[in-house]
Design a protein around this ligand. Structure first.
Ligand code: IPE
Ligand code: IPE
Ligand code: MG
Length: 240
């Protein structure tokens, strides 16, 4: 998280920001291919951009952000690419780990991250523990995450407890996102207009925003434009 001053668009109302924003960071591969680079260079550039956007979300004063880092379906990619993605995750955690604590940022993970290489699992555990009392900002990293897996895991916990749940709110406690603010706004980059098994429970009433920009090129300026678009929407939640 390197601090770099970004001008705030005058049309953005800082008093009406979403409480919880999520980003499906898509398009790293195409960003690289366009430039004649190997796909893994796209993941490296994507990780650099993750740092920039996390910093900007934090600077704007948004309290919680979820980033889709690696899906349960991404294991279908060639081993070399998977290793490349894990290498950038490793570097990110090692480089920015101390900064999270300094900033009062809590790190949590959605997904079965224990299936990652042992040293990354250890780093995650260390960071989760070290930042558990930080309250200024929550960074939720979706790693080896799939919404269907998350829901099935929750259902199995309920079954093991022999309970019958009375309301959807009760089920939320069994999800990785338990305790996080409601997911207000989801952005997907790269032009794909699908959810790819991302937070299917949590986004029942989220506002969705799709942009053609590839993730490594998605700038703080464009994030502000997306937030301005969010602020123009009338959320009804089924009422009139
Ligand atoms: C998103 O970029 C990053 C991950 C899924 C890990 P992609 O790697 O999916 O990039 P495209 O969609 O192939 O361009
Ligand atoms: C979704 O992107 C997963 C992440 C961004 C981590 P994908 O590139 O894997 O999604 P599909 O395969 O295009 O649906
Ligand atoms: Mg993709």
């Amino acid at each position: 998280m390197e601090a770099k001053k970004v001008k705030i668009n005058k049309r953005l109302d800082l008093a009406r920001l979403p409480q919880h924003i999520a980003i499906i960071m898509d398009g790293n591969g195409r960003w690289a291919t366009r430039r004649g680079l190997p796909r893994n260079m796209g993941h490296k550039a994507g990780c650099e951009n993750l740092k920039v956007i996390v910093q900007h979300i934090y600077d704007l004063g948004i309290k919680c952000a979820t980033f889709f880092v690696f899906s349960t379906e991404n294991w279908r990619r060639p081993k070399e690419e998977i290793d490349g993605i894990f290498a950038v995750v490793r570097d990110y955690l090692n480089e920015d780990g101390d900064d999270f604590v300094k900033k009062g940022a809590r790190i949590i993970v959605s997904g079965d991250y224990k299936k990652l290489p042992a040293d990354i699992v250890e780093t995650f555990e260390h960071l989760i523990d070290k930042t558990k009392d930080c309250t200024k900002f929550t960074l939720n990293l979706a790693v080896n995450y799939g919404a269907r897996d998350e829901m099935l895991r929750g259902i199995n916990m309920v079954v093991r407890e022999g309970r019958e749940l009375a309301s959807p709110d009760e089920f939320e406690k069994y999800l990785y996102s338990s305790g996080l603010p409601p997911l207000d706004f989801v952005i997907r980059t790269s032009g794909e207009q699908r959810l790819s098994n991302f937070m299917l429970w949590q986004l029942a009433y989220s506002e969705l925003y799709f942009t053609r920009t590839y993730w490594p090129s998605f700038s703080p300026k464009e994030l502000q434009l997306a937030l301005i678009d969010f602020q123009k929407r009338k959320r009804r939640f089924g009422a009139v």
